[in-house]
Ligand binder design. Structure first.
Ligand code: PMP
Length: 288
């Protein structure tokens, strides 16, 4: 495997970063998870845009331009002779002293890894997933804004551990006010009376690229989509529920907190959106 680090393509065993990198010492950095399907990088521009927004929010100057990052992402996939893959693009604050002040970090590092991902067992896509609400609340905007895709994922990891302890794969995270925010690595949607609902970004959700794609696909199919604050009551009374994410794609949810959602099977609209999403991933994107 060839890994891009600061302009060089290194073999896996040589692809190393310093123990003084503040990405490691403090989780000071940002990342993106990107997919390629059928020889094309899906929604590449949107991912690089979001990376730059995350960078701006944490005052991190990426030492490459938007166009250079797009090119380097495609080139890393090509160097590994891949057509279908998952790409992890990381920008760390770079090497500094042991103190947390980012002023000691002279140059951010850019890392691009093209590999594989299987976030959930394949059979769950046909059966649907059980999820639970967990006690760990989503980061507050006023503390660490959930829109920043930072290397500091402990908030989500704690929620994931709570899901693991409950014997399920994913956790619903509420915000400080008790409204549904999102899951640990996915956005959440419900269907009620033929309409789609997903929490507003202000509720504490990441600006999910799959979320946006699903909203567009639903609207193209003539479905109404709205973004009201949602409570657990709304989830329990939904006809259908599903999660969205680059890694997960679209995952039907059939049980929340032990309560059966809708018919207890992946819903009709969920299955249609899955079909439309797969068709789009295969037919669009930046050629490799
Ligand atoms: N929420 C969180 C917390 C995430 O980390 C992710 C990405 N895995 C998502 C939502 C989904 O975002 P996207 O569709 O852009 O992958």
């Amino acid at each position: 495997m060839k890994i891009f680090i600061d302009g060089k393509y290194l073999d896996e065993r040589d692809a190393k970063i310093s123990v003084f990198d503040h990405g490691l010492l403090y989780g000071d950095g940002i990342f993106e998870g990107i997919r390629a399907y059928n020889g094309r990088v899906f929604k590449l521009k949107q991912h690089i845009d979001r990376l730059f927004y995350s960078a701006k929010a944490i005052l991190l100057e990426i030492p490459m331009s938007h166009a250079e990052l797009m090119k380097a992402t495609v080139a890393t996939i090509r160097a590994n002779k891949l057509r279908d893959c998952y790409v992890r693009l990381i920008v760390t604050r770079g090497i500094g002293t042991l103190g947390l002040n980012p002023r000691s970090c002279k140059k951010p590092s850019v890392i691009i890894i093209a590999g594989k991902i299987q976030v959930y067992p394949p059979e769950l896509y046909a059966r649907g997933m059980d999820i639970v609400t967990v006690p760990t609340v989503r980061n507050l905007h006023s503390a660490l804004n959930p829109a920043i895709k930072s290397l500091n994922y402990l908030n989500n990891i704690l929620a994931k551990i709570e899901a693991n302890n409950a014997g399920v794969e994913e956790a619903v995270m509420l915000n400080g006010e008790g409204f549904v925010a999102e899951c640990t690595a996915d956005n959440l949607f419900i269907v009620k009376n033929g309409e789609l609902f997903t929490p507003p970004l202000s509720a504490g959700a990441l600006y999910g690229i799959t979320r946006q794609t699903v909203i567009e696909l639903a609207q193209e199919a003539g479905l109404k989509v709205s973004e009201p604050n949602l409570t657990r009551y709304d989830l329990f009374n939904a006809d259908e529920c599903f999660l969205t994410g680059t890694g997960a794609e679209i995952m039907p949810v059939i049980k929340i907190d032990g309560r059966v959602i809708g018919s207890g099977k992946p819903g009709v609209l969920t299955r249609k959106l899955v079909e439309d999403y797969h068709a789009l991933t295969k037919s669009s994107g930046e050629p490799i």
